[in-house]
Design a protein around this ligand. Structure first.
Ligand code: MIC
Ligand code: SF4
Length: 645
């Protein structure tokens, strides 16, 4: 029986566990990446493990998220990350060099390699045939130290592409169509593998747009084959040496098949407040807009920017619209400057932002009250833009640029003519903003520069014999990590300071939560399905840990967040009968008797007794050998410190 591409790469990297669907496997990690909003914690954790130099083939630390420096905090964090990188063998991509995923694809990614990154959009690397997975910072720290990365051996979904995109229909519309069909939980426990004749018609940046936003499906990752198009891209990046051809065997067996005829796709938009709330322009109807933001790791390639420049050429942004553009990397920005497209954008009235995440993570450009904002980004969760009642629509660069001119949501197919982008034979290459690490001889003399905002990892404790405490919060379905631990320009500077950032935990849902949790001392959170979807931020587990949360009981979890809870030593529980969700109210007193004994013995079914209404609620605690030991130890840090000794 033939193998899928995913299986081929996983098989070549597996170091622990059995190759059986649904069971846990440990894989060797070739490359890691971090960004600054998750990086400080990841490097504090790496330091705590006591490994002098990273053991990966290539580890890169990017500065791209917290680039608005409205106080000393972000600048201090950048300095800290730069110094840790230098000391411990990590390449440092300085602020201004671009968004981690865009730069990694251009300069470091390689087909057939494994990459984990402390950012959920790490699957961008799947665009050149990598197994690239988003993970919590602690998992990335462990991988840098040479430890395996554990995933559930995934189901593999084949997306069979046929046909060719019509003019003004974009790679973004492909992934929006996949989201429309599969939903934000449709990819949980799965890898999405793209195959078929249609693959050949898509360039590397287009493929990367699709794998990037596969994160919104909740998928473990997404991947394209590595073919002649990949080789051409790598050659143009002067990296042809890392090219290897890779594809699934013709008789590979998949768990599910989705068919998409690219020729039939039309321009789409994800409406507020979920990336799977996808509609056509016609279905949305007339929509006056206030803002357009173009950029983010989903749509900031040279190809995307050239399309935008073509549409804007000789025109003026509508008087009621603010248009901002953030090219994804220094390479992209530089090429736009050299070929004149930047001048076209400036001339049309675009507000040019630095090459960074910017508005995507609420670092500036929040829309006006109730403002309608079209964004080429990947997430439109409530409040993420920084404006609580902002109405965010996720669209392609073509739709964004066309609408910026008309002031209304506009189907780009109404534009005259067509636009064919030819990939450059050579990109402009200058890696002068990537600082290499110190040599082994020099590394001891590198001083770590720590600012006063950097506080240590919160205290952990081994799992207690019995958990007896109140329910401090009850929330519904599809809670995102942006609800649990909001981001934005005000809160992001506190990413290295868990005590301070904890004061914002869950405040999107309930302003009183942090104080209430603190005064309760210890507590349990109850939630619905797909709890913790979205970002990889481990702060969404570390803040609850700091606030005394001992267990989270929900209908189902998103993958990375569940792993982050385990890493923080918080017990992840799911209802056996989802209807029991109704049998717990906020404030109820709950007991999980002899929980330590049960977990130690590997019992997966536990009972939560609701002392307030007398009900006994069966719950699942599905921990394997390793995750069981992590929870018993009080988290991954203690567990790893022991096992690396
Ligand atoms: C995001 O897009 O939500 C982020 C900000 O990039 C996060 C990481 C973070 O919260 O720092 C992610 O996607 O993992
Ligand atoms: Fe940055 Fe936005 Fe991409 Fe996250 S999704 S890495 S915030 S650009």
């Amino acid at each position: 029986m033939g193998l899928t591409l995913t299986e081929k790469i996983l098989k070549a990297h597996v170091v622990d566990g059995e190759f059986v669907k649904g069971s846990e496997i440990g894989i060797r990690i070739d490359q890691t990446l971090t960004q600054d909003a998750t990086g400080t914690m990841a490097y504090l954790e790496f330091e705590a493990m006591g490994v002098p130099r990273v053991k990966t083939e290539r580890s890169v630390a990017y500065i791209d998220h917290n680039t608005l420096q409205s106080g000393f905090e972000n600048a201090d964090d950048h300095r800290f990350i730069g110094s840790v990188a230098k000391k411990h063998g990590i390449y440092f991509s300085r602020p201004g060099n671009g968004i981690c995923h865009q730069v990694h694809l251009e300069r470091f990614g390689a087909p057939g390699k494994t990459l984990i990154g402390s950012d959920s959009h790490t699957p961008t690397g799947g665009g050149i045939g990598m197994i690239a997975i988003g993970a919590g910072g602690l998992d990335v720290a462990v991988a840098m130290g040479g430890g395996a990365y554990y995933i559930t051996y995934p189901k593999i979904v084949k997306v069979e592409l046929t046909g060719k995109l019509s003019p003004w229909v974009s790679a973004k519309d492909v992934i929006l169509e996949v989201l429309r069909r599969l939903s934000v939980k449709g990819g949980v426990g799965k890898v999405i593998e793209y195959c078929g004749e249609g693959v050949k018609t898509l360039s590397v940046p287009e493929r990367a747009t699709i794998t990037n936003m596969g994160a919104e499906l909740g998928a473990t990752t997404s991947i394209f084959p590595s073919d002649e198009t990949t080789r051409e891209f790598l050659k143009a990046q002067k990296r042809e040496d890392v090219y290897v051809p890779l594809s699934a065997d013709p008789d590979a067996v998949y768990d599910e098949v989705v068919e998409i005829n690219l020729s039939e796709l039309v321009p789409l938009a994800a409406c507020p407040h979920s990336p799977d709330n996808v509609k056509t322009v016609e279905e949305i109807g007339e929509l006056k807009i206030d803002q357009v933001c173009i950029g983010s790791c989903t749509n900031s390639s040279l190809m995307d920017m050239m399309k935008v420049a073509h549409i804007l050429k000789g025109k003026t942004v509508h008087p009621d619209v603010s248009l901002s553009i953030a090219p994804g990397s220094k390479q992209v920005l530089n090429m736009l400057a050299q070929n004149g497209a930047l001048a076209v954008m400036i001339d049309a009235g675009a507000r040019i932002l630095e090459s960074a995440c910017g508005p995507c993570i609420g670092m500036g450009q929040s829309p006006n009250s109730k403002g309608v904002s079209l964004r080429t980004f990947n997430r439109n969760f409530e409040g993420r833009s920084g404006t609580k009642d902002g109405q965010i629509y996720l669209v392609s660069p073509e739709m964004a640029a066309a609408s910026a001119l008309t002031g209304y949501l506009t189907d780009p197919r109404t534009l005259e003519g067509t636009f064919e982008f030819t990939m450059p034979k050579e990109f402009v290459i200058n890696d002068n903003m990537v600082v290499p690490p110190a040599t082994e001889a020099e590394m001891d003399s590198v001083q770590i520069l720590r600012g006063p905002n950097i506080k240590p990892f919160p205290e952990t404790a081994p799992l207690s014999e019995t958990i007896e405490c109140g329910c401090s919060l009850k929330v519904g379905d599809n809670i995102t990590t942006d609800h649990i631990m909001p981001a934005g320009a005000k809160i992001l500077p506190l990413r290295s300071n868990i005590p301070a950032i904890s004061n914002y935990c869950f405040t999107v849902c309930d302003e009183a939560f942090p104080e209430r949790a603190k005064s309760m001392g210890k507590s349990i959170i109850v939630g619905g399905s797909n709890y913790g979807q979205g970002s990889s931020r481990e702060h969404a587990a570390l803040a609850p840990l700091y606030l005394g949360v001992k267990a989270v009981l929900v209908k189902s979890f998103a993958r990375i967040h569940r792993a982050n809870l385990i890493n923080a030593g918080i017990l992840p529980l799911t209802f056996v009968n989802e209807a029991d969700y109704e049998n717990i109210a906020q404030g109820d007193e709950l007991v999980i008797a002899d929980v330590r004994k049960a977990v130690t013995e590997g019992r997966t079914e536990l009972t939560v007794v609701n002392k307030t209404n007398g009900r006994e609620i069966p719950v699942l605690c599905e921990l394997t050998g390793r995750t069981k030991d992590i929870v018993l130890a009080g988290g991954l840090l203690d567990y790893t410190r022991e096992s690396l000794k």
